[in-house]
Design a binder for this molecule. Sequence first.
Ligand SMILES: [Zn+2]
Length: 174
Amino acid sequence: MRRTGPAFPALQYLYEFDLFEGASVHTPEDIRSLFQRNGLRCTRQREQVYAALDAAHTHPTAEELFQAVQGGEEGLSLATVYNALEAFIEAGIARQVPSHGPARYDADMTPHVHLSTPAGDVVDVPEDLSERLLGAIPPDAVRELEARLGVKVSRVMLQVVTQAQDSGRVHRDS
Ligand SMILES: [Zn+2]
């Protein structure tokens, strides 16, 4: 669900509220440049954790990332993974996704809706449905919220939570 810019005009306002960093990241050079642009100190371990997070489309937990990176990186600890994730979130290049189980993480910062199941899985809602759901959030309501509560909205997120009887296999059709 990565894009190089606002793919649908209805969501333009979401990008306005966001420091949209839409570049796809695939190579170590991309990752270093992404870190640099976001004021993040570049270490080999951080690079590896980010690469693993970016490659995963399952919204992995810190433990899963640790398992994924551990083999190729001696001396990596779970604490290092947590520290890296915290730094990514602070720099705005990853986000934590609420789930029923342990915290999950996503390097895809484009606006999209998450669906979480009671089993603890988090999947991306298909792009067309994400677009319709997010596009239905009235921009004037967001602006009024800012005015009435005296805040500056940086991001509007939407998460769909399914019921216990739906906890079977989620069709991943996106
Ligand atoms: Zn996601």
